[in-house]
Design a protein around this ligand. Structure first.
Ligand SMILES: Cc1cc2nc3c(=O)[nH]c(=O)nc-3n(C[C@H](O)[C@H](O)[C@H](O)COP(=O)(O)O)c2cc1C
Length: 199
């Protein structure tokens, strides 16, 4: 179980803005999380515009949450000198939700060309948890190979696949359950999460 933790949350340009909104909300209300380093790729902004009708980078976290949070530090993806770009900065875990095939490819091959890729590279070299919530279908051989490469380097491949056995009634409920699974995986079990209880 994590306590007093610092989490990096990155959002890239794959479909699934609702998951990004829900995980940010869950991290903000979680008293065990003291700091959230938040990075959104340029292409994720395009997806936010399509899926949530949100535009622009300024105040994005506030727009997603409906309020500001002192826990959140948002970084431009171009700021390669941000705190999370260095292994000397203590980060308990990094989650990329959703993770595009492009960002997966860059991480799997060590490109570190923007802050998201560099922060992920740092997590791998420092042997810190890195959760890649990849989203694409169908998968080609390059995607499959990159997932294997990233997994071999220490990342957890956590595909954005919602559960149906909990009978979600809304997309928000579906997203919340997925987010709970991700957070439980890094040591932040969520109150109210569905747990399978066979008779
Ligand atoms: C509406 C929309 C949905 C997209 N969905 C996906 C997706 O599910 N998976 C994916 O790998 N790329 C998807 N893309 C393409 C990525 O945004 C694109 O490959 C981009 O270069 C990823 O850049 P990033 O990883 O720096 O965010 C989508 C693009 C748009 C505009």
């Amino acid at each position: 179980m994590l306590e007093d933790c610092t989490i990096t949350l990155a959002v890239t340009g794959a479909s699934g803005s609702i998951y990004a909104a829900e995980i940010l909300r869950a991290l903000v209300v979680d008293s065990r999380v003291t700091k959230i380093n938040f990075v959104v790729s340029e292409n994720a902004l395009r997806v936010f515009a399509e899926e949530m009708h949100l535009s622009g980078r300024n105040g994005l976290a506030e727009k997603l949450l409906g309020a500001s949070s002192p826990k959140i530090q948002q970084h431009p993806e171009t700021d390669i000198g941000a705190n999370i770009a260095s292994g000397s900065y203590p980060t308990d875990a990094m989650i990329i939700l959703p993770c595009s095939m492009g960002t997966l490819a860059a991480i799997a091959n060590g490109l570190a060309a923007n802050l998201i890729q560099r922060a992920a590279d740092v997590c791998l070299k420092e042997r810190r948890p890195l959760i890649l919530c990849v989203r694409e279908t169908p998968l080609n051989r390059i995607h499959l190979r990159n997932m294997q490469l990233a997994s071999d380097a220490g990342a957890t491949i956590f595909p954005v696949i919602p559960t149906l056995y909990n009978l979600p009634q809304t997309t928000t409920e579906m997203a919340r359950q997925f987010v709970s699974r991700v957070l439980t995986h890094i040591g932040l079990p969520q109150p109210g999460a569905y747990q399978w209880q066979p008779d």
